[in-house]
Ligand binder design. Sequence first.
Ligand code: PMP
Length: 459
Amino acid sequence: MSSTSETALKPGSPIQVFYSGNRGHLPTIDRAKGVYLWDTTGKKYLDASSGPVITNIGHGNERVLQAMNEQAAKVCYASRAVFENQPNRNLAKKLVGLAGPSFDQAFLVGSGSEATEAAIKLARQYAVAKGEVQRTIVLARNPSYHGATLGAAAVTGDPQSDAVFEPVMRIMPKVPAPFSYRLPEGVSVEEHALDCAKQLDQQITETGAENVLAFIMEPVGGLATGGLVAPDCYYKAIRDICTKHGVLLIFDEVMSGAGRTGTFLSAEHWPDARPDMVTLAKGVAAGYTPLAAVLTPNYIVEPIVASGGFLHGHTYSANPLSCAVAVAVVDEMLRMDLMSNARDVGAYLMEGLRKIADQSAIIGDVRGKGMLMAVELVADKASKALIPAEHRAVYRLLEIGIDNGLLLYTRKTAGGKFGEWVMVTPPLTLTHEEADELLHLFAKSISDFERELADHGVL
Ligand code: PMP
């Protein structure tokens, strides 16, 4: 295969994935502190998205850096086949303690995708250990995102990915996500959500409940559904359906967990819908080191241990350095009371975004919980029509944000079928003053884009 000399990668150059496909270059990061980043030209950016919703405690936290150095000086790595390590014990204890009474064990891995894989394999081994060997199907929602590895991609609701990777994996069945902004004609948010839950029930029955291992979903939507919060009745309904069919309920809290929505787990917002397993990543180590976790109750782990142990693990699973850093991150999150801040400053930001939406022609919806929010863009608020594709709406807004020194994180669903949005998910350390600056830069970026659309005759 040949390519033109202009586009050919030079040997040794990194493979670059452009966020917009046609900008040609990205700034090079130099340094970061708190909610700000600087590129190598000295330009300063306020991070309104925490990268891909990860840097929850902000950059350059001195206590975390000290813990990192201390652990690195002691031991960075020791084989799990030979040694246990105290940071692993400390982190597991801390995470299950914060997650509440229904969780007893934490299995630590390196990324959100690995956590999804581990949760699926735990569910499968649990079924096998109980003699329910025919249980092999994991149901999920469309759209959704649970990771990039093949097992995680199989439960991800993304037809574009399925079209490419289907021949090398076993795509799992999907049920609709209960969107609240784009609803079927004449149907209330609650009715639609309950209908989505009913479709889960029907899918389990069609698949044969005896064949289903688990249902996986994000309790508060991340990028794939843009801060989607279903009405309360949905959570209770899906919990009851899973219980009725003996199907494990897995909450993917890779993005929504670790304090992001104002509670340690988002699951805490719906106490009558406790999941059987939870995955965590991102905010647990807040970008200081790769780390993720699956939290499980003893009733899942015990039969697996009795049957010979969990047939799973990665070289870096539960390594001492990552665990020590994550302990320090979680301690800092607690010491600074960032869950309260996520609620308080999150509510302030939400109010500010809604005021901007009132003044804007292109913000159709503002939604979310705590500091996990999204702003949905439309060409027309009444019809909820999409901005024509050639204007690359959310990607263009991201570029304008960068020019204005504001970092955003965006998603257009496949073909725009479910809409398009920008996430507003700053570090949980955001102060009111920083929130004002964020809102100012966001309002400016929206009006810059509106002016551009008006120049093109769209508005
Ligand atoms: N689940 C969710 C909800 C996510 O947002 C992500 C990452 N965006 C993942 C899983 C996968 O995590 P990672 O990129 O760390 O593998």
